[in-house]
Design a protein. Structure first.
Lengths: 301, 274
């Protein structure tokens, strides 16, 4: 194929274009329909959050956020995400290492099981924890006897959040680690590096962007999770309300500005997540483009 | 082959052990607790609890609205993916980044803002409600919320496939005298179908389990706008653990069936694209 003349200049190009592109009428009505759909389902909901939050002025917005229960919700959300994300990070790295670098029987089953929490309804996940740790449940009476509180307290909320965000880091990291192969690690080991040195200095730098990608998605979901946390939290204002739960509490109290003020913080988090994600994707694509342009002298798997 | 058998990398035992332990504690033990609770009931009891009138109405709404939303997502998602990969227009990159917005936005915020948009005084509701289209506190509201939540699946599944589609085949069809519409129907559409179906199934699976956004927009009226996950929460608040378990078992079994279906579809799509 290489070097074969694809188009005869002038004549060939326009003829081929006519064949593989729609007329301007079709094209612009498709673009218009796509833009209209996106306006209703993407742009308006986003803009509406901020307009409603600020509808009674900046003062009301600030006052709504200064509420002590709202502050408690913000703090609790940060604590839950701050515990959840590192837990799933360590798991994700371990799972990716074992799945990407080794061959063993039942690997496909393991990968399917890791993805399982994505297909379980968050409410069902919360219910599972209630059945496990509730007074009626399997571990409840023992925990109660030892005065350990899991449900309606921080441990239960962290467990619920860990469950729903379980696959994020692992599923982003596995393909990246598989793609980098293990030749470089083997070289490092041959040169006398220890296992940990190899991991820190060879593996981690080569997968750091994929890792960051997984962390961002995991964090966004951890801070925004509603269903699973709602079931195990008990909705105690000021104690077990996270930011999304606080949005619901305020909505049910008909405190529209307060609910939208809290929601606007979560919308900012979503926008930050999107911006970081787009930046990472742009970086990776640029990396691929550069690798394709690079001379063939570098050995490639 | 030799390479595979001899692997000098360390840490297999440690990482494998930790992976299986963590998976067991976080995921499998809780699932086990649900299975244990369900198996303590007799089949008759389970059937009775899972299929009473209120539960059946909730399933009907959950699956019906999920199906409609996933169909909308399949159609509009295919349109968005096509426009984003094939055409150049102002704001294309912004729109491309914004497609992931429903993944990034907490569902509670989505429900809150959609309920407000489609309410009688909302930006869209003030035009739609006089026309008899009430989006808030109706089954239609459930469809709207689920459409929002499932929007990225079809687009993101389809985009790489569209980008890798060989333009030469289309050129050949055009050279042989096919009209653009015929090329689309006979060549492009069939090769996209497995991927659209995969995206559709993913959106449907997500919609069936969705809770956060619906709580805000549906009004949660029993027999009318109450979805199955909400009924689980109600049963829990009534301390009816058996009732909650029965409905959750139905949802869980169904999500495993969909998971198997998605895997089969993805296998089919991969073989199709070669």
């Amino acid at each position: 194929m290489a070097g074969a003349p694809k188009y005869r200049p002038g004549l060939g190009l326009s003829a081929s274009r006519r064949g593989t592109e729609e007329g301007p009428w079709v094209k612009w009505s498709l673009v218009g329909a796509a833009l209209a759909f996106s306006a209703v389902f993407l742009v308006l909901p986003l803009v509406n959050v901020f307009v409603q939050a600020l509808s009674k002025g900046w003062g009301a917005y600030e006052a709504a956020l200064a509420d002590p229960d709202s502050w408690a919700a913000i703090r609790l959300t940060l604590v839950v995400a701050g515990l959840t994300v590192p837990l799933n990070l360590v798991f994700g790295v371990a799972a990716a290492w074992t799945i990407a670098k080794f061959d063993f029987r039942g690997k496909a089953v393991l990968v399917t099981l890791i993805d399982l929490p994505f297909s379980v309804s968050p409410v069902v996940a919360g219910l599972m924890l209630v059945l496990l740790f509730g007074l009626q449940g399997s571990l409840g009476p023992w925990l109660d006897a030892h005065d350990i509180h899991v449900l309606f307290a921080l441990p239960g909320m962290v467990l619920a959040t860990v469950f729903v965000t379980f696959p994020f880091v692992a599923r982003e990291l596995i393909p990246v680690m598989q793609a980098t192969g293990s030749e470089q690690e083997q070289a490092a080991l041959t040169l006398g590096a220890s296992g940990w040195q190899t991991f820190w200095h060879v593996t981690l730098p080569s997968v750091k962007w994929g890792l960051l990608y997984g962390l961002i998605l995991c964090n966004a979901r951890a801070m925004g999770e509603f269903g699973a946390v709602s079931v195990v939290s008990g909705h105690i204002s000021g104690l077990t309300d996270t930011m999304p739960l606080r949005v619901e509490t305020l909505y049910q109290e008909y405190a529209g500005t307060g609910a939208f003020a809290m929601a606007s913080l979560l919308a900012v988090l979503a926008l930050l997540t999107l911006a970081l994600k787009s930046w990472l994707e742009w970086r990776t694509q640029r990396g691929y483009a550069r690798a394709e342009r690079a001379p063939v002298s570098a050995p490639r798997p | 082959m030799d390479e595979k058998r001899f692997n000098p990398l360390p840490g297999f035992g440690l990482t494998m052990g930790y992976t299986v332990l963590y998976l067991g504690v976080i995921v499998l033990v809780p699932i086990g607790a649900l299975v244990l609770k369900a198996s303590a009931l007799t089949w008759g009891q389970l059937w009775e609890l899972a299929t009473n009138g209120r539960a059946l109405a909730a399933y009907r709404l959950t699956f019906g609205a999920s199906l409609v939303a996933a169909l909308i997502n399949a159609g509009c998602g295919a349109l968005l993916a096509w426009v984003l990969t094939r055409y150049e227009f102002p704001g294309r990159r912004w729109l491309d980044a914004l497609v992931d917005f429903p993944f990034a936005l907490p569902t509670a915020v989505a429900g809150l803002t959609l309920a407000n948009l489609f309410a009688a005084q909302g930006w869209l509701g003030r035009f739609l409600v006089p026309l008899g289209i009430a989006g808030a506190f109706t089954p239609l509201g459930v469809v709207i919320a689920l459409t929002f939540v499932g929007l990225p699946f079809v687009v993101r599944s389809l985009q790489p496939v569209l980008a890798n589609l060989e333009r030469e085949v289309e050129e050949a069809a055009a050279t042989l005298g096919a009209s653009r519409l015929r090329t689309f129907c006979a060549i492009i559409a069939p090769s996209l179908l497995p991927t659209v179906l995969t995206g559709f199934a993913l959106a449907f699976a997500r919609a069936v389990g969705e809770y956060g956004s619906i709580v805000f927009i549906s009004g949660n009226l029993p027999f009318k706008t109450e979805i199955a996950p909400y009924l689980i929460v109600i049963r829990l608040e009534e301390f009816d653990y058996a009732g909650a378990t029965a409905i959750a078992s139905v949802l869980l079994v169904l999500s495993f069936v969909i998971l198997g279906l998605v895997n089969a579809l993805e296998g089919w799509a991969n073989r199709w694209q070669g």
